[in-house]
Every structure is written in structure tokens, then in C-alpha cells.
Design a binder for this molecule. Structure first.
Ligand code: 3HC
Length: 722
């Protein structure tokens, strides 16, 4: 069978099996939809066809509508590129067909995949097939009647939950809930589906048209109540996104006026949302995340990843124990080395607590947790390092100590072993200077807590071998991290890009802007918390240490604020001692602490930034821009220096490492939406008023002047191998 094809085979039993093929996930590309319509038409007109089975090749039903088409619609604004799935395909040709159609589902049916299947007259699935409507995660609502048929098949509460959270269920649950008619083995899937289709044709099984079902919807007042609660919750949980409320409204339309009206309204709302900024951002993030797997001269040179079965971690502190947890919960054997029994016990206890925490949050089953804890061995010397495939050193940020450790492990570990250092700032070349195995040295920057945060920065030097990078990318996907390969510089991609974030907030504070207002505005923008609350959370010691690193690396543009030193002098250590910008009491949310205001006043006097000692008046918009444009400015330098392979890598890194709102597409994507010219002129204006910290970078200036998007690739030369 060709790669992109819809094929029909009519058996002697009178069943036409229509198979779609569009690897890897059988997405409904425009041509697939056209051919599918054609095959259904042929099956309807052939006298020898009594019934139809619709299925997918490559052991998958379908991963949904082709998301590439959304990207084209968003780039061109041409809604006409979207084929009519809702009425023409799913209602007219499938649900209202004169011959029964059964969906034979293996592997997955997501988005339009499940929507087409719900239009069929029955659904047979293999065990553990993923069934879901994840469209809201793309900034749209389910199309092709999904918003109408899912509630009719499952009832409102479960259907709402699946749509609003974009989380799939497996076929066994679908069977219990009435979405799936039977579960069978992959070997039996077609046989059972054919017979089922014939049974419907012969009136031995019900000919169900799900758009017409009403029994699971309940009374109007019940539905109204459920949808009102869902609407209130959606406003709080997804405040900046339009698709959640839109989805609820469209469901309501169908309940009030019938499923078919719901389908028509759904199509209208869908077309409006698909060209919204939210959808543009989320579709960009979808592709950007997948594009991190493509690293020039690593993933395109025919290398095969080696399997890494045993990993040693040096240092059982917060990072080391988090990293160890990330490996053992995915069945990778870990040797944890510490310097004495006390530290080792502390590390092991932290790992146990991490694992228990995952069980409590239902992210891990009890039996998997027990298995995971058998995958760790604590040691105090290197004797178990002789057959490890990778070492990750995760001791404190001290170059001399790291150098000493690397000299030791180079001698003891096997010649294929990857030697990684987990650092957030230190130059890898310093660590590997005296070693002979520089091609095996690599940086891993896990984000804390390492067993939870999804990003892993993989830092390559000019000497790191492509095989080592490929192996690390592969194992990080195995432990469910998104690897972003970056170049070597202070702070690497994420911390480097975001180092001006808190500094700019401090400048605003010292210009007289209320700190809680700054935090509130940044939270409204979509970050989980503002810069001051973040500082409270990460700890002031870290803030001081990191500020020093950046002041040394980028003295021309580092702002040293007096605030943190004064807070520490006044007995405030942030969340650590329950008192920072906020007060922290057990069991309650952080509360703004007005007692901090005298310290802020003193800081303002020391810094003396306010013109004539007067507070600078600013709009909300200006405040957000003054915090975030310096970040964009640094992102431009990161792009120019080719610290990342491509701009979209920085978008993903900002979303997964800094929780930059995904619906804004990441830092560079957002900057392009705002426009480089506006960012440049604002920074220029501020640099004239408030100094070098805001001075626009050369890259930003050039792009703004020439009207070139910041995300456009750089054509000249290459850094390292990227
Ligand atoms: C009208 C309808 O209501 C609208 C819709 O149907 S919108 C689409 C709804 N469907 C989705 O959102 C599902 C999106 N896909 C996924 O979640 C995951 O890809 C998956 C669970 C299907 C498979 O995951 P996994 O095996 O890890 O593979 P993954 O790396 O994500 O994808 C493999 C490739 O398929 C592509 N792909 C996956 N789903 C796709 C889709 N729906 N359209 C186009 N390409 C798709 C990916 O971009 C990737 O391409 P690449 O190899 O060139 O980078």
C-alpha cells in the first residue's frame, strides 16, 4: 500500500473494508478526506457491498485532522483550505449512510479520528487504544461533530472532562462508558468488525446514530447546571484562552436546539478559533516540540541511538535525587554516589519521598513505585561505576570539585560511558580541560524538581560527539523529558534568556511601581507567578549567586539590585523562612506582606533611580513590556550566537523551562506577534532613560529595521555543529 492512500477491499461476505494510510499517525490530510469520500460513495453504489468497515493502517486508526493544514490556514488566513468534515463527511456520508459503517480502531483515535468513528454506527477497538478529543490543546474546539456526539455517547460530565482537559481515555474505559461497542484483540479486529457491520445490516444489532441519542444528556435543567459549573471552573482555570468557554457554549447550543444545530454552530466557532492568536501559538508549540528532535549533524547523519541501561549519579542533593527519581520511575537502573552515609541516606530518603509524592498525585501506581525503588543502589565509592553507560555529576556548582570528579570518573568508567555534568551555569570547557575523553563530555541541565519538570537542556561543546548527543536525546525521551540541544554559554538557553526577567522587575520596583501589581500583571499575562513570588520560591541565596554569575559574564547589561541584600538583612529569606515579599503560612496561599514595604522604601533610597525621587507612573501594558522585552532582547542574542539550533527551540525551552504561556507560542513567537519594531523602539526609549540594561541588541535592531521576523533562520556560518 502506498504511503498516502485510502484503499477499499470488498470481501466475498459483502463487506467493504476501507483503510486509510498516512504514516506515521494516519492524519486526515485533505487528500485522505477526499479519497475517503470517494470510497464511501463507491461502496454505497456497489450492489455487492452490504456494509462497510473503516480502519487505519500502521496499527493506528487516526491521530486526527492534519494539523499542518491549520498552520497553512493561519499563515494565509484562507479558511477555504479546511474541508467540510462536519456535515458533508460525518453527517451526510457516514452517519446518514444507507449502509452501516463500523469503525475498527487500533492504537489511537484522536480528534477527527474519534469524531469520524463516532459518526460510524458502531466502534470496535483493540485493548488500550487511546481515544480522545485533544483539540482544545490546539486552541480550537473539536470539529466534525465531536462536541455533540461525545456528550451523547458518554454523558455530559465525562465528555466535558475529556474535551476541556484534552486527556484521552483508553478503550477499556470507553467500553464501560458506552463509547466503544466491543474490545477485541488486534488479530480479531477486522473479523469482528466485519461481522458487526453485517449484523447491523441484517438488523441483528442496533443501527445507532449518535447525533440523535438523548438518553445520556439528562434533563435540560441538569445539563444547564453541569455546564454552568463547567463554565465557572473554565474561567478560573483557563482565564486567557477562549476555546474552553466556546466549547461549553457549543455543547449548550446542541442541547437547546438539537445535535444538528450544535454541529452547525460548532463549525462556525471552529473557523473563528482556528485563526485566533491562541490557536496560532498552540499549533506553533505542537510543531516546535516535535522539531526539537531534529538536530542537524546529529539526527540526520545515520547514527543509531545506543541503549543506556545503567546510570550513575554523583550527588544525592535536591537535583541528584530528583534526577535519580526521573530514571528509576522509568525502569532505568541508578547507582547513587554520596560522600558519607549521612548524605547518602538523606538522598535515598528524598528519592523515596519523590516517589511517594508521585503516587499521592496518581502519577505513579503503588506497584510501579515499589518496582522503581528497587532500581536504585546507594554507594560511597566508584566500584560500581565499571559498567555504567552514563554518569551524571550533580554536585554543587564548584568548578574545582567538578574537575576533580571528572578526572576520577574518566579513569574508572568504561570507554563508551557518557560523562555528563548537571549544571545550570558552569562552562563545560572548564570542567573537561584536562581530560582525554572530551568527546564524551556533555552538559545536562535538568530543571527542579527534576522528576517533574519536562525540559532537559542538553549542552554540547565543540567536541561533544554526535553519538553522545543522540544517546542523551533518546534516553531523555524515554524518561519523558523534552530534550533541547543547546550550545555552551553562561546560563545556556533558558537561564541566559530569562536572566533579565527578575532584574527588570527590580528596576520597575525601584522606579516606584508596586511589586504586587507587577506580580499580578505578569500572572495575568499567563505565567504561573510573578517575578517576586518566584524569587521568594527559588530562594534569595540562589538569586544572589546567579546575579553574580551573570554580572561577570555580561557586565554591560546586568542590573544589581539592592533589594535582596536588604531583605536578608531584615530577616527575610523568602519562602525558606516564611517571610519574603509574601508571607507563607502552612496550609494557606502566599499573602502579600505589607511589612516588606519599609525595606522596599529603603531600597529605593539606596538605588536612587526615581527621577527627582518621584514614583514613575506606568500603564499595565508598559509594566508587562518592561519586564518581558529585556527577555526578548537577550533571546535575540541567544539566537544570534546560535546557542539554540532554531528559534522554535527557544520557544519550547521557555514554555517548558520557565512556564511561559504555551498559548502565546513561546518567547520568540510572542515577540514576533508583538512586533520587533515596537520592542526595539520601546527598549531604545527605556535605554535612554534608564541605562544600558535596556539597550537593544544588534540582532533585534537589524531585524526590526529590516522587518524580518525574529524567528527567521540565520543564514550565515554555524556555531559548533549546529
Ligand atoms: C476536525 C478536528 O476536530 C480537528 C482535529 O482533529 S485536530 C487534531 C487532533 N489530534 C491531535 O491533536 C493529536 C496530535 N498528535 C499527537 O498527540 C501525537 O502526535 C500522537 C499521540 C498522535 C502520537 O504521538 P507520538 O507517537 O509521540 O508521535 P509524535 O512525535 O507526536 O508524532 C509523530 C509525527 O506525526 C505528526 N503528527 C501527529 N499527529 C498529527 C496530526 N494530527 N496532524 C499532522 N501531523 C501529526 C507529528 O508532527 C510528528 O511529525 P514529525 O515526525 O515530522 O515530527
Amino acid at each position: 500500500m502506498a504511503e498516502l492512500e485510502v484503499k477499499m477491499m470488498v470481501g466475498s461476505d459483502g463487506v467493504a473494508v476501507i483503510t486509510i494510510s498516512n504514516p506515521p499517525v494516519n492524519a486526515f490530510a485533505v487528500s485522505i478526506i477526499a479519497w475517503l469520500k470517494e470510497k464511501i460513495e463507491q461502496a454505497m453504489s456497489r450492489d455487492d457491498v452490504k456494509a462497510i468497515v473503516l480502519t487505519g493502517k500502521h496499527r493506528k486508526f487516526s491521530g486526527g485532522f492534519d494539523i499542518n493544514v491549520f498552520r497553512k490556514v493561519q499563515q494565509t488566513g484562507k479558511l477555504s483550505l479546511l474541508p467540510d468534515l462536519s456535515v458533508d463527511l460525518v453527517v451526510n456520508r457516514i452517519e446518514d449512510a444507507k449502509k452501516p459503517i463500523v469503525a475498527a480502531i487500533e492504537g489511537l483515535a484522536l480528534g477527527a479520528g474519534l469524531e469520524v468513528a463516532m459518526g460510524c454506527h458502531a466502534r470496535i477497538a483493540t485493548p488500550n487504544a487511546q481515544l480522545g478529543l485533544p483539540e482544545l490543546s490546539l486552541g480550537i474546539i473539536p470539529g466534525a461533530g465531536g462536541t455533540q456526539r461525545l456528550p451523547r455517547l458518554l454523558g455530559l460530565p465525562k465528555a466535558l472532562d475529556m474535551m476541556l482537559t484534552s486527556k484521552p481515555i483508553v478503550s477499556q474505559e470507553g467500553h464501560k462508558l458506552g463509547l466503544i461497542d466491543a474490545i477485541v484483540s488486534p488479530q480479531e479486529l477486522l473479523k469482528v468488525s466485519r461481522q458487526w457491520a453485517l449484523d447491523i445490516a441484517n438488523n441483528h444489532k442496533p443501527w445507532a446514530r449518535s447525533l440523535h441519542l438523548v438518553d445520556k444528556i439528562g434533563s435540560l435543567s441538569e445539563a444547564h447546571k453541569i455546564l454552568t459549573i463547567a463554565r465557572e471552573k473554565a474561567k478560573i482555570t483557563w482565564p486567557n484562552m477562549p476555546q474552553h468557554i466556546a466549547c461549553i457554549d457549543v455543547i449548550m447550543e446542541g442541547i437547546l436546539h438539537g445535535g444538528y444545530h450544535g454541529v452547525l454552530k460548532e463549525a462556525k466557532v471552529f473557523n473563528k478559533l482556528v485563526v485566533s492568536d491562541t490557536s496560532k501559538g498552540l499549533v506553533h508549540v505542537f510543531f516546535a516540540q516535535r522539531a526539537t528532535s531534529k538536530v542537524p549533524n546529529v539526527t540526520n547523519i545515520g547514527l543509531k541511538p545506543r541503549s543506556l541501561k545503567k546510570v550513575a549519579i554523583i550527588g544525592g542533593g535536591l537535583m541528584g535525587s530528583g534526577i535519580a527519581t526521573a530514571f528509576i520511575i522509568h525502569n532505568i537502573y541508578v547507582i547513587l554516589k554520596e560522600v558519607n552515609p549521612k548524605f547518602l541516606l538523606k538522598g535515598i530518603k528524598m528519592i523515596e519521598a519523590n516517589v511517594r509524592g508521585l503516587v499521592a498525585k496518581r502519577k505513579l501506581t503503588q506497584s510501579k513505585a515499589e518496582k522503581a525503588l528497587l532500581m536504585i543502589k546507594g554507594v560511597m565509592d566508584y566500584s560500581d561505576f565499571k559498567d555504567v553507560d552514563m554518569v551524571i555529576e550533580a554536585v554543587i556548582e564548584n568548578v574545582e570539585l567538578k574537575k576533580k570528579i571528572f578526572n576520577e570518573i574518566e579513569k574508572i568508567c568504561p570507554p563508551h560511558c557518557i560523562l555528563a555534568t548537571n549544571t545550570s551555569t558552569i562552562d563545560l570547557n572548564l570542567i573537561g580541560q584536562t581530560l582525554t575523553c572530551q568527546d564524551r563530555i556533555v552538559g545536562t541541565h535538568f530543571f527542579s524538581p527534576a522528576h517533574v519538570m519536562p525540559l532537559l537542556e542538553i549542552i554540547q561543546t565543540e567536541k561533544t560527539s554526535p553519538q553522545v548527543i543522540l544517546d542523551l536525546m533518546t534516553i531523555s525521551k524515554f524518561i519523558k523529558k523534552v530534550p533541547v540541544v543547546v550550545g555552551n554559554c553562561t546560563g545556556f538557553a533558558v537561564n541566559r534568556t530569562f536572566f533579565p526577567y527578575k532584574q527588570s522587575a527590580h528596576i520597575l520596583l525601584l522606579l516606584g511601581v508596586d511589586l504586587f501589581r507587577i506580580d499580578r500583571l505578569i500572572k495575568n499575562f499567563g505565567l504561573p507567578m510573578g517575578p517576586f513570588q518566584l524569587e521568594d520560591l527559588t530562594g534569595y541565596d540562589l538569586a544572589v549567586a546567579v546575579a553574580k554569575e551573570f554580572a561577570t559574564a555580561f557586565p554591560d547589561r546586568t542590573f544589581i539590585s539592592p533589594v535582596v541584600d536588604l531583605l536578608i538583612k531584615n530577616g527575610r529569606n523568602g519562602k525558606n523562612n516564611g517571610k519574603g515579599y509574601y508571607v507563607y503560612e502552612k496550609g494557606s496561599k502566599p499573602k502579600p506582606d505589607n511589612m516588606v514595604l519599609p525595606v522596599i522604601e529603603e531600597s529605593r533610597r539606596v538605588a536612587n533611580l526615581m527621577p527627582q525621587g518621584k514614583t514613575v507612573a506606568m500603564t499595565d501594558e508598559e509594566i508587562v513590556e518592561m519586564v518581558l522585552f529585556p527577555v526578548v532582547n537577550e533571546a535575540c542574542r541567544v539566537l544570534e550566537e546560535k546557542i539554540v539550533v532554531k528559534a522554535s527551540d527557544l520557544d519550547i525551552a521557555s514554555v517548558l523551562g520557565m512556564s511561559f504561556p504555551s498559548y502565546r507560542g513561546g518567547i520568540v513567537f510572542w515577540a514576533d506577534v508583538v512586533g520587533s519594531k515596537h520592542i526595539y523602539t520601546s527598549l531604545k526609549k527605556w535605554s535612554e532613560k534608564y541605562g544600558n540594561f535596556y539597550k537593544p541588541s544588534r540582532f533585534l535592531e537589524e531585524r526590526a529595521m529590516n522587518g524580518v521576523p525574529l524567528s527567521a533562520p540565520i543564514n550565515t556560518g554555524s556555531r559548533a555543529r549546529m
